[in-house]
Write a protein that binds this ligand. Sequence first.
Ligand code: MTE
Ligand code: MO
Length: 482
Amino acid sequence: MRTNGDRRRGGLGAASVGVGALGVGEVIAAARGDSLIDAIGRLLIDTAPVPVVEATVALSGRHDKVVTRIGVGAGAVAAAVGLGALPPRARTVAVAGVGAGAVALGMRRATRSATTVAGALAAAGVLGAGLSKGPRGLLGSFAWTSAGAGLFAAARALHRDLDRKQDEAIQKVGPMGSLAAVPQDGLEDEQGLSSLITRNRSFYVADVNLTPPRIDPNRWRLAVTGMVAHPLRLSLAELVSDAVEFDAVMVCVHNRPGERRAANGRWFGVPLAKLLEHAIPEAGATRLVTRAVDGYTISLPVEPLRSGQWPGYLVVGVNGEPLAPEHGFPARVFVPGLYGQYTGAKWLAELQLTDDDQADYWVRRGWPSELIWVTPQARIDLATPGRAAAGTTTIAGVAWAPPDGVLGVEIRVDEGDWRPVDLGTELAPAAWRRWRTTIELPSGEHSVQARAIGRSGEMQDGTDRAPFPSGPTGFHTLTVRV
Ligand SMILES: Nc1nc2c(c(=O)[nH]1)N[C@H]1C(S)=C(S)[C@@H](COP(=O)(O)O)O[C@H]1N2
Ligand SMILES: [Mo]
């Protein structure tokens, strides 16, 4: 007869075996720079229903990757506890199932790696053996847990080492364009206002990978393939020599008004029109597939890029530096005005010209296949009392309406009349524009809202709408207490 106490100890023992087994898997995968947890996480990201993805993005904000990783780790340990509670024969079958899952994981393009498979199989083996014997008492559980923790630390050290090597390789690539003349818009004195150019380490990160792929810039080549008269294979140095600078804001389709999934950069890239001119697309080539090293794709129509109607770029740097690992080093595609999810892949491996209509990553998951353009949006960064004169409040922020530019920004207090604010100098139509105004507010609590007006006349839509499926709308509302 098993008592409750037995069961609790059994659960603890199985959990400790789970930690130990996962540690074995992590350290083996890490030998080649992979991670079992990240591979499982990517599988979940690739298969989770869109409402689950949307809820995770909305609830975890900037911490979505950490939250996913912790979820995977906790889930794996919980699964070990579940397996531990099974009768021996059922457990053997289930552990074999885990092994089969490991092989399946290694077959997927996004996570394909022999070391990940080896790590997962070893973890399954350790799990099976550990659960059938069971750790002896509390000390046994403690030993398994500490062994697992030690292996996790070893895996982490291996990853740190590879990250350091990647950073060194990126440093060696050298400067990308120049920030020689730091751009100004006349609002430099406003403390607390977003900077005109977002610093590289403040750029938001949004992608389906838990850790960025590491790419050796010396071996990397951009392939231009498919329906072209001249297929190309270009090194980073070759691309750099054709690159030009441009200023533009990149916005994630998940950026609800007031959020910070948007960043303004001085980018360095080769106009796609120029690359296409070299490659010479065949007459029937309608789609340009931007494909990342892990198979992730975003497709764009060829014609407007080829003609230059949409100034798209193959980007190799931002703010004077090469792209950071999490932002797509060594190259990505960016068409200013399209939301990040539709603008082109990071960690680019290939530009393929085609006439097929194979759906992209997010389109297969239920997002529309039509490209989604960024709509005008204004964000309030600060409301500072008494700066200009006693009894007044300075309100300032940023606004964007790429690619045409911001024509005006207006604010209203307590849903009263809209009034225009002062705009900073426009850096470029596709960039964000800073704004500021000083108003008098009677004492008490007030709601302040802002809206942007695009140069094409498009007014920011105040209807509160979630990002899925066609982009967010609404106003940023700030409550100010005077
Ligand atoms: N390869 C790849 N490229 C990608 C993505 C991705 O998941 N994988 N995410 C896209 C999305 S949704 C956005 S918003 C931008 C974000 O770029 P950033 O992380 O540099 O800000 O990259 C885009 N390019
Ligand atoms: Mo995004």
